[in-house]
Design a protein around this ligand. Sequence first.
Ligand code: ZN
Length: 163
Amino acid sequence: MSARPAKEPVAVPADIQARLERAGLRRTLATRAVLGLFLANPQGTLSHAQALVSLTARGLDINRVTLYRLLDRLAACGVLQRHADDGARTWRYGLADHEQGLAPRFECDACHRQFRLTEASEPTRAVATDLFRTLARLGHQGQRVDLSIHGTCASCVPQEPAA
Ligand SMILES: [Zn+2]
């Protein structure tokens, strides 16, 4: 009952959407088409040339330089991962692995923006590991700890008067 009607052919996961927004990447037709390629095959990787062929086959008119820049920007903001393909001396791109054991998020109660904390400290990770062990002892398979922190984000915190 909670399913929302899909407005777009490719549903962009919320964490990817958040990364795009933080990086200031506009969701152009090209961006969505490129994301669609990777989301359609989440485990796969593509070279620039392969991505270009697939996009062209789908009817997208994108030039190779634009595609290079777009792939690099998606890699820079952590949506894609870039691997060196030694044999071909080129880069391969794939969806970055966001399914970590721990996914801490911070939500601002004032503006309701969500921030994903990508770097969890060692003790925090240890807590997640401990929880998974507890679950495993009970025969459950834990995959992800969703840690949600609420508060006021940097933009919403009232400015302190200059000292
Ligand atoms: Zn805020």
